[in-house]
Design a protein. Structure first.
Ligand code: CP
Ligand code: NVA
Length: 306
């Protein structure tokens, strides 16, 4: 397989096992090759951000530049969309100018609608529902560190949010097992788990909800966590911190983990909340290699789609 069988990259669930593998292979090739190429010479990427970003913005913008193209950043106030122009019209008009659209939105439906009406590829740069570029980067990073994915166990501790949804979808495509420990009220959407269980029948992955963090990490090769308060949930700050306090990735938990366990976090981290300094800065942490890989994976995605 040398091409993705789709126009857009919206969610990992819609990718075939072969397409996931293709993205990983292409990432490896691009990362090992020269940083600057002409694969997307003269092409343009519109980047729409309804929410803040450090990694996604800088990695897409740098990535397209390294491929010979150029990225254009738009916050809602930069576009007429922020003044009520419809997604339909915005998608149609942008498609007349650019070769791809990357969007980070609150509502997942916004990205779906952009993809529906745009004639150029649309890439999901995070929604309230999922974060596919992140999870593809995450499995690539594990592959780089361990040389394989199948049979490895990822333990996710904390809020069952957009990042966990994509991680579940990614792990099952590559035969990784995933244990998640989230308190009641913070578990991932059950239909995401059910759908993943169907894929797991083919790939052999195991997906388990664990009562507590200690149970989840006991046999894990990778421990992953993310913020307790995602973008858009700021009003629930105090309640979330209280409800999730027993799901912190800290030194006590690390004592029970495998010695060589990999510690991952999509970043930004709220140090002292979901993860402590000693763990994120500790010898098992690979969070900055992980962050760098966002660019390599997204270069592969842009090259394959655009
Ligand atoms: N992990 C991630 O998407 O980071 P940003 O919010 O900084 O883009
Ligand atoms: N769950 C976090 C991820 C940030 C990259 C959020 O949505 O804010």
């Amino acid at each position: 397989m040398t091409k993705l069988n789709r126009k857009d990259l919206i969610s990992i669930s819609e990718l075939s096992i072969e397409e996931v593998q293709l993205i990983l292979n292409e990432t490896e090739t691009l990362k090992k090759g020269p940083r600057n190429t002409t694969h997307l010479a003269g092409k343009t990427l519109a980047m729409i951000f309804e929410k803040s970003s450090t990694r996604t913005r800088v990695s897409f913008e740098t990535g397209i530049y390294q491929l010979g193209g150029i990225g254009m950043f738009f916050s809602p106030k930069d576009l007429q969309m922020g003044r009520g122009e419809t997604i339909h019209d915005t998608a149609k008009v942008l498609s007349r100018f650019v070769n791809g659209i990357m969007a980070r939105t609150f509502s997942h439906q916004t990205v779906l609608d952009l993809a529906k009406y745009a004639t150029v590829p649309v890439i999901n740069g995070l929604t309230d529902f999922d974060h596919p570029c992140q999870a593809l980067c995450d499995i690539f990073t594990v592959y780089e560190k361990r040389g394989k994915l199948k049979g490895l166990t990822m333990a996710y501790i904390g809020d069952g949010n957009n990042v966990l949804h994509s991680l579940i979808q990614a792990c099952v495509k590559v035969g990784m097992n995933i244990n998640y420990a989230s308190p009641i009220g913070y578990k991932p959407l059950q239909w995401v788990v059910d759908e993943a269980l169907e894929v797991a029948k083919v790939t052999g992955s195991k997906i388990k909800s664990k009562e507590n963090a200690f149970d989840a990490i006991a046999d894990a090769d990778v421990i992953y966590t993310d913020v307790w308060v995602s973008m858009g949930q700021e009003e629930e700050n105090e309640k979330r911190k209280k409800d999730l306090k027993d799901f912190q990735l800290n030194g006590e938990l690390m004592k029970k983990a495998k010695k060589n366990v990999l510690v991952m976090h999509c970043l930004p981290a709220h140090r002292g909340e979901e993860i402590t300094d000693e763990v994120i800065d500790g010898p098992n942490s690979i969070v900055f290699d992980q962050a760098e890989n966002r660019m390599h994976v997204q270069k592969a995605i842009m090259k394959l789609l655009m």
